[in-house]
Design a protein around this ligand. Structure first.
Ligand code: ATP
Length: 602
């Protein structure tokens, strides 16, 4: 099998033959995987649709029988046949109605179950994908996959499928009834299938590209909206409103124009089918008229034929609608299946190793790393951190400090060389072990919506309130939490809106303290805190560090001072390594940085 495309060609509107085939196949595989668990329900709906339509199709046949056979019998005083035919008519009508209602119910269950399955798959899968993927695939796009694309599929599954199945069965049955009434008229109706197929083919080839474009543009509209609103502070700070308005208006206009084109296309398909239907009925009428004059066809048969042939074209409307939703849903399925085809780049080992008692010794040996296919950021990197050491990493922006931290947290894997924890390669540890022993506290100190207590408990799910409070006390967060409106039950709202930056950091320290990892990685916030907050955070930090191994990307002099060791990183290499005092005495880069810091404090 060729390399999966994933989301690589997501923005392409015209695909090559091979790409189109691959994309179709993966969409079909996904649909089949979603449908498989519903096979029993499918069998039931097929049965219901068959019975309901057989009953519906029997109605014109009963009318023909009543006119041509039972009415002459009534003239001779025999009412029984008419009574029986009337009873059969009522029975068929009731059966058709009841079965149709059951069928609609069963079809809705199938479509809702498939959608639920797909929704959960998309969520779980995107969450599982590595950071590398999320850094290039914007959240706006994921939102568009999860909302607009799934919505398009919902429309198809909700209405489309039930109507299609019912319509197709109805057409087949009606056609069979026409053949039963008069085979020559049946052949005339079959001939009408040729231009109908041609029309559908014409519609499909044009709408496929349009609907694909619609998905691409719709994703852009959504991601532009999401990006603008997520970055609303920057938008306001840089007065981007006007430029954004224009950009959004252009995309929205593109979306509108695309939708109009799709409607126009459908506006040809639907009347085209009606026209073909009317021409067929006219053909049958002319043919039947001559046959009646000849005496080779009875009037009752002619009436039934006209009824049936008009009805055979009725579901064409629904089929056309279905076809349009199918085209739209296929384009959506192409995108969703592409997302689901992506594989995490950082994989859990098939046979994970575990460490009995983690000490927290870290070692890089001959490590080579670069992001994706990009340039090498770390070349043959060596570093050994003994258990329990506090290491401050400093260096100018872009030096590779965060990269070092992210590698230890295994957000990325090395290209070559090794990174070990207590002698075991971290890529051989299970995710669960790694997350328990290595915890990263990021700069943004992200708080999820929920209470303060819940946010701290993320460090160790299932922790008691006492343990949560002890952790908060240890890092000096207890008092301010008690001062919040509902104490530990205060809802931190979106991104911790109700707490200050320093408080947010303290909450994230409490979370890490509760997690009690052997290795702590801390990307210290650059935002300058006021002196009391800075003191509180420093104090919290010192307790948090305790005697675990810690790697701190230090932005504050005060933090560097509490470190046992300082690493100066430059161009992905360690250029200075020693205790803070030693490096100051050596008079290198760190000494210069230290001097600049000290001067800035004066
Ligand atoms: N996700 C990424 N994809 C590609 N390149 C990246 C990515 N993240 C960082 N880089 C590149 O890797 C190099 C090191 O970046 P890194 O973020 O580690 O620097 P840093 O020292 O932490 O900088 P800062 O102090 O500004 O955060 C830079 O050249 C940067 O452009």
């Amino acid at each position: 099998m060729s390399q999966p495309l994933g989301v690589a060609n997501e923005d392409a509107i015209k695909l090559t033959g091979a790409e189109r085939k691959a994309v179709r196949q993966r969409s079909f595989r996904l649909l089949a995987a979603l449908a498989l668990p519903q096979k029993k329900m499918f069998a039931l709906t097929v049965l219901l649709v068959l019975v309901s339509n057989a009953a519906r199709v029997a109605l014109p046949l009963l009318i023909a029988f009543a006119i041509d056979s039972t009415l002459p019998a009534v003239r001779e005083g025999n009412w029984a046949a008419l009574g029986l035919t009337g009873g059969a008519y009522i029975l068929c009508a009731v059966t058709a109605g009841v079965m149709l209602s059951w069928y609609i119910n069963a079809a809705a269950r199938i479509s809702q179950a498939m959608l639920l399955d797909l929704r959960l798959r998309v969520f779980r899968h995107t969450q599982r994908l590595s950071l590398e993927f999320h850094e290039s695939y914007t959240s706006g796009r994921i939102i568009s996959r999860q909302t607009s694309d799934l919505e398009t599929l919902r429309e198809l599954l909700d209405q489309g499928v039930s109507e299609l199945a019912s319509s197709c069965v109805f057409i087949v049955f009606t056609l069979a009834s026409i053949f039963m009434l008069d085979w020559q008229s049946g052949i005339i109706v079959c001939f009408a299938a040729i231009p109908v197929t041609g029309l559908f083919y014409w519609y499909q080839s044009r709408s496929e590209v349009l609907y694909r474009e619609s998905r691409v543009v719709s994703a852009k509209v959504i991601s532009t909206f999401v990006e603008t609103m997520t970055g609303i502070r920057a938008v306001k700070a840089f007065r981007r409103e006007k430029a954004n308005d224009q950009n959004y208006a252009d995309l929205a206009e593109q979306y509108r124009a695309n939708n109009v084109k799709s409607f126009n296309l459908f506006g040809i398909l639907q009347p085209g089918l009606v026209l073909l239907g009317n021409l067929t009925v006219a053909g049958l009428l002319a043919f039947g008229g001559f046959r009646i004059l000849d005496g080779t066809m009875q009037v009752g048969v002619m009436v039934a034929l006209l009824l049936a042939s008009k009805r055979i074209f009725q579901p064409m409307d629904e089929i056309a609608m279905f076809y349009s939703s199918l085209q739209s849903a296929t384009a959506a399925l192409e995108k969703v299946s592409g997302l689901l085809e992506e594989e995490p780049t950082v994989k859990e080992p098939p046979a994970p190793r575990s460490i009995e008692q983690v000490r927290g010794e870290l070692a890089f040996k001959d490590a080579v790393f670069g992001y994706g296919d990009g340039p090498v950021i770390m070349d043959r990197f060596d570093l050994s951190i003994p258990a329990g050491q506090t290491v401050a990493v400093v260096g100018q922006t872009g030096a590779g400090k965060s990269t070092l931290a992210k590698l230890i947290a295994r957000f990325y894997d090395l290209r070559s060389g090794s990174l070990t924890l207590d002698g075991v390669a971290i890529k051989d540890l299970s995710n669960e072990q790694l997350r328990r022993h290595v915890v990263m506290v990021t700069q943004e100190a992200f708080l999820f919506s929920g209470s303060v207590a819940e946010n701290i408990a993320l460090g160790r799910p299932g922790a008691s309130l006492q343990e949560i409070q002890d952790a908060a006390k240890a890092v000096g967060a207890h008092q301010f939490i008690l001062d919040l409106p509902d104490g530990y039950d205060t809802d931190v709202n979106k991104r911790g809106g109700r707490v200050s930056a320093g408080q947010r950091q303290l909450i994230s320290f409490a979370r890490a303290f509760l997690a009690d990892p052997a290795v702590l990685i801390l990307d210290e916030a650059t935002s300058s805190l006021d002196i009391p907050s800075e003191r509180a955070v420093q104090h919290g930090l010192q307790t948090l560090l305790g005697n675990r191994t810690a790697l701190i990307i230090a932005h504050r002099l005060s933090t560097v001072q509490i470190a046992d060791r300082v690493l100066v990183v430059h161009g992905g290499k360690i250029v200075e390594d020693g205790s803070p005092q030693q490096l100051i005495a050596d008079g290198g880069r760190f000494a210069a940085l230290h001097k600049a810091w000290q001067d800035s404090l004066v």
